[in-house]
Design a protein around this ligand. Structure first.
Ligand code: PLP
Length: 440
C-alpha cells in the first residue's frame, strides 16, 4: 500500500470516503455505496445527521475535553441519565469509555473487583460462548470464542471456558422443541460452573444476539431466562455484551429486553456514537456500584479519554434522536420489511440455509447444500468474495467466514441505518442478490 497508514490489510488500498449522505457513503470518484451494514453495525443514523453534527459543534465550541480525573461534564451527566432511563431493571451506573473492547475490559475488571470487595476473592474465572466476539484487546479477546481471531494470540490470553452458543439452525435436534433445545444449551453453563468449581467462577459473558462471528444469531425463547436462573443460583455475574446488538439495533433499546432478563453488567458502543464519535459504555447494577462505594470507593481502572465531553455530546444527540424521532418503532417496521424482502429473494435459494435476526440486525447463512446444511470449503472464500462483489456493486455489507467454528461456514450480516427507506431496502436486497449470484 502507498502512503504511511498501517491499514487493515497491507495488500489492499481502499477507496477514500469523501462525504456522507443519509444511508450512503460517497468516495472521491463520486461512487455511492449503500451502507447495508452500518460499517460494522455502527452508523445507525446514517452519515449526515444534522442534529448529531450540531451537538458535536456546540460542545467543541464550549470545551472539547476535560480530564475525568478533575472534572465531569454536562454532556456525560446527561448521557448517563438518558441511558439509565432506558436501562434494564437494576442497572444504575454508567462508566463511559471509547469503544466496545474498552467497555468489555471494564466489565471484566469490575466483576473481579466486585468479587474481591464482597469477600469472594476465589472467584476469577470467566465463562463465555464459542463463536462469540467481545473485542480485540487481550482481555476481551480471551473472553471471545472465535478461534480464527484467537489462535495466534493464545499464549497471551487468560484461560477462559467456552460453552456452546444457542444456535438453533445448527444444533436443535430432530423432534426437539426450540424451548427444550434452549434449556439444554443453557444447562451447559451449569455443567461448566460445576466442573470448574462454583466458588471460582466470577462471570458469564454473552451477546444476546451474536453479531460479527455468527451473523445476527438470537437465542431461542427461554434460553436467557434459564441462563439468568443459573447465574443467580451460583452467584455468578451475568455480563451481556450489547456492543453490536444494543442501542436499538434489534428494535428495543437494549436487546435483552426481548429475552425478558436483566444483566448485572451490560456493555454498549457502536450505535451509541453512531460513528460520529468513538464512544462506548459499561453499565452496572446499583448493587455492584454500592459494593464499591461501601468498600474501596474506587474502581481501579481508567482511560485518558473516558467520558470525553465531545463524544458524550454526540451520544446524547443519538439517544435523543432515538427517543424524539420514534426510531425504534421504525427499526421494528423496517426490520420486518427487510426480513420479508430477504425471504422473498433468498427463501428458496439453493445456497441459503437460514435467514435470521431481529429488527434491523439480520443474518443470511450460506450453505453448499440446503438439505445436509453442508458448508462451503473455506478455501473457496465465499464470504470475502461476496463482500468484494457487493462493494463493486455499490453495497456495503458484512460477510464473514467461520460461522460455525471459526473456520467453516459463511454468513452475511446486515445492519443498515435506522433511517433506511423502503426503496433502499429494495436496493440493498437487489445488490446483495447480484453479489451472491456473481460468486456462487
Ligand atoms: N463486542 C462485540 C459484541 C462486538 O461486536 C465488538 C466489535 O465488533 C466489540 C465488542 C469490540 O468493539 P470495538 O471494535 O469498538 O472495540
Amino acid at each position: 500500500m502507498s502512503g504511511h497508514i498501517f491499514g487493515r490489510s497491507t495488500r489492499q488500498s481502499p477507496p477514500t470516503a469523501q462525504t456522507g449522505d443519509g444511508c450512503y457513503i460517497i468516495d472521491t470518484s463520486g461512487k455511492r455505496y449503500l451502507d447495508g451494514s452500518g460499517g460494522a453495525a455502527v452508523s445507525c443514523l446514517g452519515h449526515s445527521d444534522p442534529d448529531v453534527r450540531a451537538a458535536i459543534h456546540a460542545q467543541v465550541d464550549r470545551i472539547a475535553f476535560a480530564h475525568t480525573g478533575f472534572f465531569t461534564s454536562d454532556a456525560a451527566e446527561e448521557l448517563a441519565d438518558r441511558l439509565i432511563a432506558h436501562a434494564p431493571d437494576g442497572i444504575d451506573r454508567v462508566y463511559l469509555v471509547s469503544g466496545g473492547s474498552e467497555a468489555v475490559e471494564a466489565a471484566i475488571k469490575l466483576a473481579r473487583q466486585y468479587c474481591l470487595e464482597t469477600g469472594q476473592g476465589s472467584r476469577h474465572r470467566v465463562i463465555a460462548r464459542r463463536q462469540s466476539y467481545h473485542g480485540n484487546t487481550l482481555g476481551a479477546l480471551a473472553a471471545g470464542g472465535n478461534e480464527w481471531r484467537r489462535t495466534q494470540f493464545k499464549p497471551l490470553l487468560v484461560e477462559t471456558s467456552h460453552i456452546a452458543p444457542c444456535y438453533e439452525y445448527r444444533y436443535r435436534e430432530e423432534g426437539e422443541s426450540a424451548f427444550d433445545y434452549g434449556q439444554r444449551a443453557a444447562n451447559e453453563l451449569q455443567a461448566e460452573i460445576e466442573r470448574l468449581g462454583p466458588d471460582t467462577v466470577m462471570a458469564f459473558i454473552a451477546e444476546p444476539v451474536v453479531g460479527a462471528t455468527a451473523g445476527a444469531l438470537p437465542a431461542v425463547e427461554g434460553y436467557f431466562r434459564r441462563i439468568r436462573e443459573i447465574c443467580d443460583h451460583y452467584g455468578v455475574l451475568l455480563i451481556l455484551d450489547e456492543v453490536m446488538c444494543g442501542m436499538g439495533r434489534t428494535g428495543s433499546f437494549f436487546a435483552c429486553e426481548q429475552d425478558g432478563i436483566a444483566p448485572d453488567i451490560v456493555t454498549i458502543a457502536k450505535g451509541l456514537g453512531a460513528g460520529y464519535q468513538p464512544i462506548g459504555a459499561m453499565l452496572c447494577s446499583g448493587k455492584i456500584y454500592a459494593a464499591i462505594e461501601a468498600g474501596s470507593g474506587f474502581f481501579q481502572h481508567g482511560h485518558t479519554y473516558m467520558g470525553h465531553p465531545t463524544a458524550a455530546a454526540a451520544a446524547c444527540a443519538v439517544v435523543r434522536a432515538l427517543d424524539e424521532r420514534d426510531l425504534l418503532a421504525h427499526v421494528r417496521a423496517q426490520g420486518e420489511k427487510l426480513d420479508a424482502a430477504l425471504r422473498e429473494a433468498f427463501g428458496q435459494h439453493s445456497h441459503v440455509g437460514d435467514i435470521r435476526g431481529r429488527g434491523l440486525f439480520r443474518g443470511v447463512e450460506l450453505v453448499a447444500e440446503r438439505g445436509s446444511k453442508a458448508t462451503f470449503d473455506p478455501a473457496l472464500g465465499v464470504a470475502p468474495k461476496i463482500k468484494k462483489a457487493a462493494f463493486e456493486a455499490g453495497l456495503i455489507c458484512y460477510p464473514m467466514q467461520g460461522t460455525i467454528d471459526g473456520q467453516h461456514g459463511d454468513h452475511i450480516l446486515l445492519a443498515p441505518p435506522f433511517i433506511i427507506s423502503d426503496d433502499q431496502i429494495g436496493e440493498l436486497v437487489d445488490k446483495l442478490n447480484t453479489a451472491i449470484s456473481a460468486v456462487i
